[in-house]
Write a protein that binds this ligand. Structure first.
Ligand code: NAD
Length: 263
């Protein structure tokens, strides 16, 4: 079976839900063998099963807390031993939570930084040696529109996602000579369980709200293109950045936001 990732092996973290699941399924449909990693092992196993139903033995799943170094190291080791190598890391796992700079507790701040930023460094730390030894690879980090521009009600989330962009640029520069590319995706709103969590407590571009359908409409109107993102919008961009089609793109934080950051 040919495809835009034919012959490649990818890890997708946060593959048990939302964007990560959509990306893992698309990567596999484009020929990659995929490690579906998530702290939610049931979700990760469901994603892997949905892939293997169509193409047997194309996916593995693993329970991983991406904030725990030993578990991340094991994720990379089991990918290499189970699928043969590592070409692509999509460091996508993350959480959403509303909170402004006054009201956040130190526990909320530290947890957010651990899950949405430290985890990206840990995945990079353990993936890089394999990519360098193999002569190259592509790391795709999940940032956010909130890492590029200020959005109300999500102070710790914004800081973590801006940190992801800094790490992305640094890794791109340092490992470019080793043919490892590193880019970040900065999505605006794509309705997932994470967004529901943020909206229900008043965060997000339109200030959130308990009525999800009403908030979806209000939020969509804030985007120049007049709609929210789709899972496929993000999975398609991740696929492009993972594939050799983007072979001279590195160190870039790509807005995926229907024009919001251009406004
Ligand atoms: P989601 O809640 O559907 O999926 C997130 C996944 O990450 C879940 O399966 C969850 O179990 C997993 N996860 C959380 N903590 C983890 C941990 N410690 N270890 C391993 N896995 C963990 O949310 P989503 O919207 O698909 O979010 C995916 C990524 O996209 C996140 O990094 C999020 O910040 C980012 N993002 C989302 C949006 C959006 O609008 N949905 C916008 C910008 C960025």
């Amino acid at each position: 079976m040919a495809g835009r990732l034919y012959g490649k092996v990818a890890i997708v973290t946060g593959a048990g839900s939302g964007i990560g699941r959509a990306a893992a399924q698309l990567f596999a449909a484009e020929g990659a063998r995929v490690m579906c990693a998530d702290i939610n092992d049931k979700g990760a196993a469901e994603t892997a099963a949905s892939i293997n139903d169509k193409a047997p033995k194309r996916a593995l799943s693993l329970k991983v807390d991406v904030t725990v170094p030993e578990q991340v190291e094991r994720m990379v080791a089991e990918t290499v031993s189970g699928l043969g190598k590592l070409d692509v890391l999509y460091a996508n796992a993350g959480i959403g939570e509303a909170g402004n700079a006054i009201d956040l507790s130190i526990e909320q701040w530290n947890r957010m930084i651990a899950i949405n930023l430290t985890s990206v460094w840990l995945s990079t730390k353990y993936a890089l040696p394999h990519m360098v030894a193999a002569g190259g690879g592509s790391i795709v980090n999940q940032s956010s529109l909130a890492g590029l521009v200020g959005i109300g009600g999500i102070a710790h989330y914004s800081a973590a996602k801006a940190g992801v962009i800094g790490l992305t640029r640094q890794v791109a520069v340092e490992y470019g000579p080793k043919k490892v590319r590193c880019n970040a995706i900065c999505p605006g709103t794509i309705f997932t369980p994470l967004v529901e969590t943020v909206w229900s407590k008043g965060g997000g571009v339109a200030g959130g709200g308990a009525d999800m359908e009403e908030t979806k409409k209000r939020s969509a109107l804030r985007y120049p293109m007049g709609r929210l993102g789709e899972l496929s919008d993000c999975a398609n961009l991740a696929l492009f950045l993972a594939s050799d089609e983007s072979s001279w793109i590195t160190g870039y934080a790509v807005p995926l936001d229907g024009g919001m950051s251009a406004a």
